[in-house]
Design a binder for this molecule. Structure first.
Ligand SMILES: C[S@@+](CC[C@H](N)C(=O)[O-])C[C@H]1O[C@@H](n2cnc3c(N)ncnc32)[C@H](O)[C@@H]1O
Length: 442
């Protein structure tokens, strides 16, 4: 499926780039504003040349909304079949939208725009996406939707039913940004991606294929939690400290559901237990975290749980979004924003104890201060020659023996997160097994 998905995703991005961002005015995030604020169009303001980071953001939101709506449409039977009894009145009304034939229609149709916008509102209401309908409305035309509808036919319906198409599409969207500019060096492409993310080090964003996820889940969780194990399945904690779009989180969800079922749990209770008690994740990319949370909600819906649960999957908060910092906290926050889940335990605990009011930050720190039965991840691979000045400083200070590559730092960090008798499952390059400078890691 990957080849057709990649072609479709790149073409979708091209169509939207041409039709949606081809305007004279730019979308600027107000100083200190949130992701949502960035979608508000400032009065006036012109743009010449390439897309600004904020326009990229709008582009991504529209891009994802189309992909997600198409996946929901393909899955609508799984979502509604035999589930009537457990539907809340609200959700039942919303689910009517799945009957909408946005992508099934043919020829010109003046209702296409209305159908699409209702779909976007549905995503906002039910999946906590924050797509601003008014901004999208002024940029999308029926003709654009018709082009997209035709394009989507290049991917088979059975492939649209696989939710991982969302994370793959996101990867292809980003991979396109990583392409080296004409005549530019590899460093140029790295810089472009850093600008887009506004975070350092997020350039290794290649997600893990399902068969590798399943293999690692089987050989960690599958071996750790056997039927004779003297542990309650509800107490098993699993983290992906660089969770991206949640390929491991979703793979683990499936395995845990099987375990709960084997223990005789009521099917209706299982999604809540998995999402609130077993699964943890953190990443420095807030868009990827949003996708992971959406996929978890989709899983729960397919399993008949319509209530929204607060997950333990969070993005590392940026220091700028925080207010009223106590003396001394700022240095820690700067570091946290830069090195994300590589923040060492002593620093996590010091920051926690310094009194934090900000809820997302508190949650991220809580997650990093726990110990886990299983750590599963495909960490970022970033050579030290690509670290920027600050990242280099922090990594040299905290991971002096592992500093050659970020993946090596993640090996160290994973062992800090796991319990003594727990399991770590990772995908890494082989270099650490052979090269002299990695001797200490071995
Ligand atoms: C190779 S991707 C893997 C994603 C996911 N684990 C998977 O297997 O599909 C690496 C991820 O690491 C994240 N990342 C990079 N540096 C990080 C850091 N310091 N702390 C947390 N996440 C980080 C990136 O945003 C990216 O999502």
């Amino acid at each position: 499926m990957n080849r057709s998905v990649k072609k479709m995703a790149l073409e979708l991005k091209r169509i939207l780039q041409k039709d949606v961002t081809n305007e004279e005015d730019s979308l600027k995030r107000p100083e200190g504003g949130s992701r949502k604020d960035s979608l508000k169009r400032p009065e006036g303001g012109s743009r010449k040349g390439s897309l600004t980071a904020n326009e990229e953001r709008v582009l991504l939101d529209v891009f994802l909304s189309f992909i997600i709506l198409r996946v929901l449409q393909a899955k609508r039977n799984n979502l509604t079949e035999n589930k009537e009894d457990s539907l809340t009145a609200n959700m039942e009304g919303d689910l009517q939208l799945f009957g909408l034939q946005l992508f099934g229609k043919s020829g010109s149709d003046s209702n296409l725009l209305g159908d699409y916008l209702s779909g976007v509102q549905f995503l906002n209401r039910n999946f906590d996406c924050c797509y601003l309908v008014d901004d999208i409305k002024s940029r999308i035309t029926c003709q654009t939707i018709e082009k997209i509808r035709d394009l989507f036919q290049s991917v088979k319906d059975e492939d649209w039913k696989k939710e991982e198409i969302i994370s793959w599409s996101y990867e292809y969207f980003n991979e396109d940004n990583l392409k080296r500019p004409k005549g530019g060096s590899s460093k140029d492409s790295l810089t472009a991606s850093k600008d887009l993310k506004g975070k350092n080090g997020v350039i290794s964003q290649f997600y893990t294929p399902k068969w590798i996820v399943d293999y690692l889940v089987e050989n960690t969780l599958g071996k750790y939690y056997t039927d004779d194990k003297d542990v309650d399945v509800e107490d098993v904690k699993i983290i992906d400290p660089a969770c991206g779009c949640g390929n491991f989180v979703i793979g683990v969800y499936d395995k845990l559901r099987e375990m709960y079922q084997n223990k005789g749990y009521d099917d209706a209770l299982i999604p809540k237990l998995i999402i609130t008690k077993n699964l943890y994740g953190i990443d420095i990319d807030e868009n990827a975290v949003e996708i992971t949370n959406l996929l978890l909600r989709l899983k729960a819906l397919e399993d008949g749980a319509y209530e929204k649960f607060e997950t333990n999957i969070v993005a590392v908060p940026g220091k700028d979004s925080l207010t009223a910092n106590e003396e001394g906290q700022n240095e820690y926050l700067k570091k946290f924003e830069k090195i994300g889940s590589l923040m060492r335990r002593e620093d996590v605990l010091s920051l926690k104890e310094s009194g934090i009011n900000d809820e997302p930050l508190k949650k991220a720190l809580d997650i990093l201060s726990l110990k886990y039965d299983i750590v599963l991840t495909n960490p970022p691979y970033l050579d030290s020659s690509d670290y920027d000045f600050e990242l280099k400083r922090y990594i040299n200070e905290d991971y002096s023996e592992f500093k050659k590559n970020l993946y090596a730092c993640f090996i160290k960090k994973s062992y800090e997160l796991v319990k003594m008798d727990g399991f770590v499952g990772m995908i890494t390059p082989q270099t650490f097994m052979f090269i002299g400078s990695y001797e200490n890691i071995r």
